[in-house]
Design a protein around this ligand. Structure first.
Ligand code: DGL
Length: 282
């Protein structure tokens, strides 16, 4: 771990909320936050220079998460949201130890609501390889499965398809059918989206699994959790118009095109670059 840089915290309610992901997926969480907390300013970082995180080792994901968190705090962020299941699994605990003064909200696969919903006794979870192999996921299944069968399916390559804008192409559909049809055949009636990129292909997923399977995206629950944390700490924005500024460690021009394709924005976009584990404006 590197040294923690000085944190610039202005008025307790004034700072933005720092939100980050390996790429564009976390914007699905940011959208939920903007809907739930319209007075908050969000500052978003998509680490597209390193996407996908899901095939990487925990130590590497943690180092990226530290670099991004430091930069966001340097921008005055009053709280952090790790809008990425993979980074949450690898970095939430160590980041909370490293930054004890900062409220940090992370993602975890919504196994509990799926178990509460099921009538067939079989639910499915799709996520990245890293999320599925992590100790956090194993402990969630152990805590919440309660005799329900939890089918676990990693989806290698899906984040890449989504980042490439292939939201409804024959190749993306074939990949998803290969993972989802066997789960449907085994009787799932709930499917957890365990990666924040996957809501971007939700229409395709719903078409494949059919109306009998409830698709669960934890983003609204995360937005509610964040609202609660901000209230508890007395740092929720009061009045005024919120919004979002989107930063990428990739190409800001490509980012703008993707946002348009995803039906998001128009939002201000900026490029950042990595240098020796730190982020700075390009
Ligand atoms: N959105 C990230 C997640 O929720 C994608 C991870 C990746 O980059 O592979 O896990």
């Amino acid at each position: 771990m590197r040294d923690v840089p000085p944190t610039v915290l202005s008025g307790p309610r004034a700072g933005p909320i720092g939100v980050f992901d390996s790429g564009l997926g976390g914007l699905t969480v940011a959208q939920s936050i903007l809907r739930a907390l319209p007075a908050e300013q969000l500052i978003y970082v998509g680490d597209q220079a390193h996407v996908p995180y899901g095939d990487r080792a925990d130590a590497e994901i943690l180092a990226f998460s530290e670099g991004i968190s430091d930069w966001l705090l340097g921008q005055g962020a009053k709280a952090l949201v790790i809008a990425c299941n993979t980074a949450s699994a690898a970095a939430l605990k160590p980041l909370r130890v490293r930054l004890p003064q900062v409220p940090i909200v992370g993602m975890e696969p919504a196994v509990k609501p799926a178990v509460e919903h099921t009538r067939t006794g079989v639910v499915g979870v799709i996520a990245t390889v890293a999320t599925m192999q992590g100790a956090v996921f194993a402990s969630i299944v152990e805590r919440f499965a309660q005799g329900v069968e939890v089918l676990q399916q990693a989806c290698p390559g899906l984040v890449r398809q989504i980042e490439a804008g292939e939201l409804d192409t024959p190749r993306t559909e074939a990949m998803l059918r290969g993972w989802l049809e066997p789960m449907v055949a085994r009787g799932i009636d709930a499917l957890v989206l365990g990666c924040t990129h996957y809501p971007l292909v939700r229409p395709l997923i719903e078409r494949i699994v059919g109306p009998e399977v409830r698709v669960i995206d934890p983003a609204p629950a995360i937005a509610r959790r964040l609202a609660q944390v901000l209230e508890e700490r007395g740092i929720a924005a009061q009045g005024g118009d919120g919004g979002i500024t989107v930063h990428t460690t990739g190409d800001a021009v490509v980012l703008r095109t993707m946002l348009q394709r995803f039906g998001m924005g128009p939002w201000p976009t900026h490029a950042l670059h990595w240098e020796a584990g730190r982020l700075s404006p390009r």
